[in-house]
Design a protein around this ligand. Structure first.
Ligand SMILES: [Zn+2]
Length: 455
């Protein structure tokens, strides 16, 4: 059964397969901007893409997938942060790159095969810009910046289906004074000493010193590592316009060929029914959730619990349920025979659900149907294949039961009572108190259990 996935460009479900004769599937996923910690909304996209990567490897073979995910380490936001903190760009981006890597590892995401940084590919970006200028798709503005001329590319708006008229009203960039048309976008931004500090590189021929625009970064890194045409390009839905629309314009005008055969966008994450923001108190990083006593595996499970193309409402209650599901899976695995019983078909419904537009909730449903009938003829080999696709690490032994001290049990009783009477603020405060004392409380339908937090 082939992998079928929704394609944002044609708005249809299409089969994923490598287009080039070498049989390598070329996959580019827009990575994080490393100027702050990634939040769990960002990680929804990365975890969904990790399942996609795993599924592609199961389908085509591990050596037959090339997965590239970039790091945006120079753009308006990273430079803004260097100005705010008065520290060098490299120092800031390294700090947040290291945290991003640690969070990805905790969430059991496979490393991409290449992780280029925008600052590592300046020359490639400059040469793409020069080609675009030579071909008449880009022009130098009075201040030394270079802009892409949107009217030079007939296909513009094909992905987002945005019309020229709408472009005029959506464009609010401050540097529009120098453009010929407000819909044009920057490929190269001229150096501004007051804003850019020491962040600057020699520009394309005829342009001044400066730095690349964000969109050209991905076009150039994708071309350098995967070639002119790739099989799949993905990102969060917030990147569809203008970022991905602009990538298509740049790459297709420069390379004269199709940029990506397939586009996939995962939807937004809501927290407690609304968009995440620090002022609403519903903004979480992975670190915030771990400090509350939740395991990264439960976070991964919760992020995959909704269909990736629908908005997902994340709540702490959904995380309690996820924690309990992970425990069930770990306990179930321990009951399975370690040797293969050749019953590989048992978990095939899990893989089949993922092959059908990456339907992760259907995959969990299929998985628990098997778990609830105690596995039948299942064995660990077939279980591990399904679990590999979902990227859940449930292979370790069930954490040993440790008797909680009386003071901890008393806190837990208080919290359980608060939760039963729907005093969620008190329940949450008590959970924090338990976490501070080194204990995590897992809620089930009929009660709770206490686990010591891993150090
Ligand atoms: Zn990108």
């Amino acid at each position: 059964m082939p992998i079928r996935l929704h394609d944002s460009l044609t708005r249809a479900s299409r089969e994923l397969k490598p287009a080039q004769p070498d049989g390598i599937f070329r996959f580019y996923n827009c990575g994080p901007t490393v100027y702050a910690p990634a939040h769990i909304g960002n990680f929804r996209t990365f975890v969904v893409n990790d399942v996609l990567r795993r599924l592609l490897e199961l389908e085509f073979g591990p050596g037959k997938v090339k997965h590239v995910r970039n790091l945006t380490d120079v753009d308006d936001r990273t430079i803004g942060q260097t100005q705010k903190e008065k520290r060098p760009l490299a120092e800031i981006t390294k700090k947040w790159t290291d945290l991003f890597h640690a969070d990805c590892a905790a969430l059991n995401c496979l490393l991409p095969h290449a992780e280029p940084t925008a600052t590592g590919y300046i020359r490639e970006q400059v040469s793409m810009i020069e080609v675009l200028m030579d071909k008449g798709n880009a022009y130098r503005a009075a201040d030394g910046s270079v802009y892409f001329k949107v009217s030079s590319f007939d296909g513009y708006g094909g992905l987002s289906r945005i019309k020229e008229r709408e472009l005029l009203v959506t464009d609010t960039t401050a540097d529009s004074d120098h453009k010929n048309s407000v819909s044009d976008f920057a490929l190269w931004k001229a150096y501004k000493p007051a804003e850019d500090g020491d962040v600057r590189w020699p520009g394309p021929r005829g342009a001044g010193e400066g730095r690349p625009g964000w969109h050209i970064e991905c076009s150039a890194m994708s071309k350098a590592l995967l070639g002119d045409t790739i099989d799949l390009h993905t990102g969060g839905v917030d990147l569809l316009f203008p970022h991905h629309e602009n990538e298509i314009a740049q790459s297709q005008c420069c390379n004269g060929t199709t940029f990506a055969h397939h586009w996939y966008h995962s939807e937004h994450l809501l927290v407690n029914g609304t968009t995440m923001s620090k002022s609403k108190g519903n903004y979480y990083t992975l670190g915030d959730l771990v400090a509350k006593g939740y395991s990264p595996m439960a976070v991964r499970y919760a992020l995959l619990s909704g269909h990736p193309r629908k908005q997902l409402n994340f709540t702490l209650d959904s995380l309690h349920a996820a924690e309990s599901a992970i425990h069930t899976l770990r306990a179930f695995r321990a009951t399975l025979p370690a040797t293969s019983t050749a019953a590989h078909h048992v978990f095939e419904p899990v893989i089949a659900a993922l092959h059908d537009d990456l339907n992760t909730p259907a995959a969990f449903g299929a998985l628990f149907t098997i778990v609830n009938r105690k596995g039948g003829e299942a064995d660990r080999v077939s279980f591990d294949r399904a679990i590999f696709a979902l990227g859940l690490d449930v292979s370790g032994a069930q954490p040993a039961k440790t008797e909680a001290p009386a003071a901890i049990t008393a806190l837990a009783e208080k919290r359980w009572a608060a939760k039963q009477s729907k005093d969620f603020a008190a329940a949450d405060a008590l959970r924090k108190e338990l976490a501070a004392a080194g204990w995590s409380m897992l809620d089930r339908k009929d009660g709770y259990s206490l686990e010591p937090l891993k150090k």
